[in-house]
Ligand binder design. Structure first.
Ligand SMILES: Cc1cc2nc3c(=O)[nH]c(=O)nc-3n(C[C@H](O)[C@H](O)[C@H](O)COP(=O)(O)O)c2cc1C
Length: 179
C-alpha cells in the first residue's frame, strides 16, 4: 500500500504528528511524508491512502492546506482512501470562555479537511481526529503522538489487509478469481 501524508505546520507540532503516523504505518507499506508546499498534485494519482493534517488556525485548516485541497480536481481522489487530522487547543481547558464557545460553533480543521477529501472522491477510513497542544505554539500534550499512531493504525487495520498492508492480489501480482 502506498501512503502519502501531507501536512502543514508553523511550530512543528503537526509535523511531529505526521511523522508519528508515518512511522506507525511503515509496516503497512511505503510511506511518504510531505510538507504541503512540496506536494505535486500528480502524486495523488499514485497512492492508495492520503492523510492530510493541518494546525487549526482560526477554526479552519491553514491557508496552504485549504489551497491544496481546492486544487485537487473533482474526482481527483476517486478510489483513494483518505484520513484527516489536525492539531488544536483543548477548548475546554483554555481560560477563554469566548474561545470555548467559538470553538464549539466553528469547529476545527480536521472536519472541513475530511469533507473536502470526500468531495474529491476520497473514502474516509475513520472520522477526522484532533490532537491537542498545551499552548498556541505547543508542545503537544503528553501521549498525543502515541494516540495519533494508534488512530492511524486502527483505521488502516480496519481494512483487514493484515500486517503487510497488501491486498491479497498484490502479493501474487494477480487478482484472485472468485470461488
Ligand atoms: C493565529 C493562530 C490561530 C489559532 N487558532 C486556533 C483555533 O481556532 N482553534 C484551536 O484549537 N487552536 C488554534 N490555534 C492553536 C493552533 O492550533 C496551534 O498553534 C497548532 O496546533 C500548532 O501546530 P503547528 O506547530 O503544527 O503549527 C491557533 C494558533 C495561532 C497561532
Amino acid at each position: 500500500m502506498k501512503i502519502l501524508i501531507v501536512y502543514d505546520s508553523y511550530f512543528g507540532n503537526t509535523e511531529q504528528v505526521a511523522k508519528a503516523i508515518g512511522d506507525a504505518l511503515r509496516s503497512h507499506g511505503s510511506v511518504e511524508i510531505r510538507r504541503v508546499h512540496d506536494v505535486a498534485l500528480e502524486q495523488l494519482q499514485e497512492v492508495d491512502l492520503v492523510i492530510v493534517g493541518s494546525p487549526t488556525r482560526a477554526f479552519r485548516p491553514s491557508k496552504a492546506i485549504g489551497a491544496f485541497l481546492d486544487e485537487i480536481p473533482p474526482k481527483g481522489l476517486e478510489g483513494v482512501r483518505v484520513l484527516a487530522f489536525d492539531t488544536r487547543l483543548h477548548a475546554a481547558e483554555t481560560s477563554s470562555r469566548l474561545f470555548n464557545v467559538l470553538s464549539a460553533v466553528f469547529g476545527c480543521a480536521a472536519c472541513p479537511i475530511g469533507e473536502k477529501l470526500k468531495r474529491k472522491g476520497g473514502k474516509l477510513l475513520a472520522p477526522p481526529e484532533g490532537f491537542f497542544v498545551t499552548d498556541s505554539e505547543g508542545p503537544l500534550k503528553d501521549d498525543e503522538l502515541e494516540r495519533a499512531a494508534d488512530w492511524a493504525l486502527r483505521a488502516v487495520n480496519a481494512l483487514g489487509l493484515g500486517n503487510t498492508g497488501h491486498y491479497p492480489h498484490e502479493a501474487t501480482g494477480h487478482i484472485p478469481l472468485p470461488r
